[in-house]
Design a protein around this ligand. Structure first.
Ligand SMILES: [Zn+2]
Length: 369
């Protein structure tokens, strides 16, 4: 305010230490000092990104409407210094908070790095970060699969995988509107209003958890089935396909994100094709483009006469574009298999190798067969 300059992390950190001594800032001592340092660090990165010309992030304009009274999301982040965050006997110990009983969703594999505590849908959650080593990058990648979503948000893979969208939101929509109507009839701030609000909050929470569970399970299946996974650019594709209404429940972007890390943990490759690639109505045999209306689920190719399923053929198109992308940018190279093994199995399998590795051709053949 005074000299129109910003201060950065080091200065902020020392200022935090200074103000703690002042009586009017005694409350700063009441919480974990690591958490305030984290906030200072976040502000530091935000300032640096907001003022830098190379970053695409801009300085905020501070146009927060007065209707948004809650500007924080009831959360904070702590760093594990000297084992101050630990799990013992079904309880998590946090600095200044002490031991809190928890429901542990999975076993820890390594030391806890940070803990983020937040209030979500009326329940306190803590997410812990740990360091997990990825599997070594696979030298030989045996399969490539493209995935497409149709307007019903069913996942269709070029390997024949079909996962139906469970549409939790649609099923619970009635319940949701009923609760919202009940809430609107209550006097704001009253006891009954609070009760109705928490019921609504619980329903939102249950939908969110079901959605996440479904996304994780589907992503797990996809990651297990192939070594190279190709998706559309779902942010754009989703919007073009579903025109607003269903984007809110667009679970595919989530599945693609989750698949990315699951595939990388297994040493595979995740790829998203460019946003302007055409995948709908492309013949899987000759590549002829067709204009299809939303209702047409099947089409017959005008060039070669192949009858194909709309979703399956676009999954194939996604796979083909992904394949040529990855070969063009030099991530993988095609390895031709010896013809007799192909005839034996009767299934046409593609085998790729990481381009960076100069494997001898014999070695690739050995792993490929
Ligand atoms: Zn064709």
């Amino acid at each position: 305010e005074v000299d129109k300059t910003f201060i950065f992390y080091n200065e902020m950190a020392s200022k935090i230490k200074e103000i703690k001594k002042l009586p009017e800032f005694a409350w700063v001592k009441a919480f974990d000092s690591g958490a305030s340092q984290q906030v200072a660090r976040d502000l530091d990165t935000a300032l640096k990104k907001g003022t830098s010309k190379t970053s695409h992030q801009h300085f905020p304009k501070f146009k927060i409407s007065y209707r948004v009274k809650k500007q924080h999301n009831d959360s904070y982040r702590s760093v594990n210094n000297n084992n101050c965050i630990r799990i013992e006997k079904g309880a998590i110990t946090l600095p200044k908070v002490g031991a809190v009983p928890i429901v542990l969703h999975r076993c820890l594999v390594s030391k806890i790095k940070t803990a983020t505590v937040q209030l979500r849908h009326g329940k306190w959650e803590v997410s812990l970060t740990q360091e997990v080593a990825c599997d070594e990058a696979k030298k030989v990648l045996k399969s490539i699969t493209g995935y497409d979503i149709n307007s019903n948000q069913t996942v269709v893979g070029s390997n024949g995988l079909i996962v139906d969208n469970p549409k939790y939101l649609k099923a619970e929509k009635q319940k949701l509107t009923r609760l919202q109507r009940q809430l609107s009839r209550k006097k704001k701030g009253s006891v009954r209003w609070k009760k109705a609000k928490s019921r609504l909050n619980n329903l939102h929470g249950s939908i969110a958890r079901k959605r996440m569970d479904f996304a994780h399970k589907t992503a797990h299946r996809i990651a297990n089935e192939s070594d190279i996974v190709v998706f559309e650019d779902l942010n754009v594709a989703g919007m073009q396909k579903f025109n607003g209404k269903m984007v809110a429940d667009n679970i595919m972007g989530l599945i693609s994100d989750l698949t990315k890390y699951k595939v990388e943990l297994r040493g595979g490759i995740h790829h998203e094709i460019g946003r302007f690639e055409r995948t709908t109505g492309v013949c899987s045999v000759c590549g002829q483009h067709h204009k299809l209306t939303l209702k047409e689920r099947h089409f017959t190719c005008v060039s070669c006469g192949t009858f194909s399923d709309r979703d399956y053929s676009s999954a194939i198109a996604v796979q083909k574009i992904g394949e040529s992308d990855l070969m063009a940018n030099g991530t993988v190279v095609r390895v031709t298999k010896t013809p007799n093994t192909q005839q034996k199995s009767g299934v046409k399998t593609k085998v790729f190798a990481l381009a960076k590795l100069s494997l001898g051709s014999e070695e690739i053949e050995k792993v490929a067969t």
